[in-house]
Design a protein around this ligand. Structure first.
Ligand SMILES: Nc1nc2c(ncn2[C@@H]2O[C@H](COP(=O)(O)OP(=O)(O)OP(=O)(O)O)[C@@H](O)[C@H]2O)c(=O)[nH]1
Length: 265
């Protein structure tokens, strides 16, 4: 699809603002990042090694949504490249750590898989706090799960600063949907994403469609936001310069390598 690879996903280490303008990126095509479009300040800061503590921090990402919508499978497809067709409810939470290298800077995401089942929700919700990114998953074949998105959002934001959280709405199990069925639910999903100012993605953990691209996007958005925050803190932002985080999705750039052997610089 022609995106350049400059963000590496490092080997896994173990088991493991809402952006000011986010919300306008609803299609996969619109979300593809190219190196040249990456925020200039961020690129320069990376080149000049002025990214402060970003390289040492771990960004927390929580994945929430109804039971059995495919949260665990989504994380496992990305982190382990596996897919289990048998359903095993998540009890409480689980997490995976993913290390990346973005424009030469190390960057880590901690991906928290949370329970969708009501009886385990109270345990899971105690782990929502401190999330930089909230991913709300719904099943594109289950309209009720899309209907519950706002409730999941509310629950996640109770524990976090709503102005600082980056939000993604992810439709899962796309492989089970016919194009006609999918386009019907997509329309509603895009509308909801727009209202809650989330980026919308549709994926299949069975086939792997869009899974990698999606997490690269998450990594790039989180990374860019952190570098900009670091620059702001250190006062290196030029006075009067307008910086829009993610309002133009093509300004963001992230790619990665799945495995060390697939490295392409
Ligand atoms: N066909 C298909 N099935 C999927 C996909 N993703 C998940 N599933 C199936 O859906 C069921 C539930 O998946 P999980 O990932 O365990 O769901 P979950 O959201 O983590 O569930 P809880 O832990 O209870 O919240 C399993 O049987 C999976 O095999 C997908 O992309 N395509």
């Amino acid at each position: 699809m022609g995106f350049q690879v400059n963000l590496h996903r490092a080997d896994r280490a173990g088991p493991g603002a809402r952006g000011a303008g986010l919300g306008s990126c609803f299609t996969k095509e619109a979300a593809v990042h190219t190196k040249g479009d990456f925020n200039n300040q961020v690129r320069t800061a990376c080149q000049e090694q002025r990214t402060g503590t970003v390289g040492f921090k771990i960004s927390k990402v929580i994945v929430v949504g109804d039971l059995a919508v495919g949260k665990t499978c989504l994380i496992n497809r990305f982190c382990k490249d596996t897919f289990d067709k048998n359903y095993k409810a998540t009890i409480g939470v689980d997490f995976e750590m993913e290390r990346f290298e973005v424009l030469g800077v190390p960057f880590s995401l901690q991906l928290w898989d949370t329970a969708g089942q009501e009886r385990f929700k109270c345990i899971a919700s105690t782990y929502y706090r401190g999330a930089q990114v909230v991913i709300i998953a719904f099943d594109v074949n289950d309209v009720a799960s899309l209907g519950h998105v706002r409730q999941w959002l509310e629950d996640a934001l109770k524990e976090n600063d709503p102005t600082a959280v980056q939000l993604f709405l992810v439709g899962t199990k796309k492989d089970l949907s016919s194009p006609a069925q999918y386009s019907r639910i997509e329309e509603d999903a895009i509308k909801i994403a727009s209202e809650i100012r989330a980026e919308y993605w549709a994926v299949s953990s069975l086939t792997g469609e869009n899974v990698r691209e999606f997490f690269f996007r998450v990594a790039s958005v989180a990374f860019e936001t952190n570098v900009l925050a670091e620059l702001e803190k250190s006062g290196s932002r030029q006075i009067g310069e307008v910086v829009r985080i993610g309002s133009n999705p093509s300004n963001l750039y992230a790619t990665s390598k799945k495995k060390q052997s697939a490295c392409c610089q």
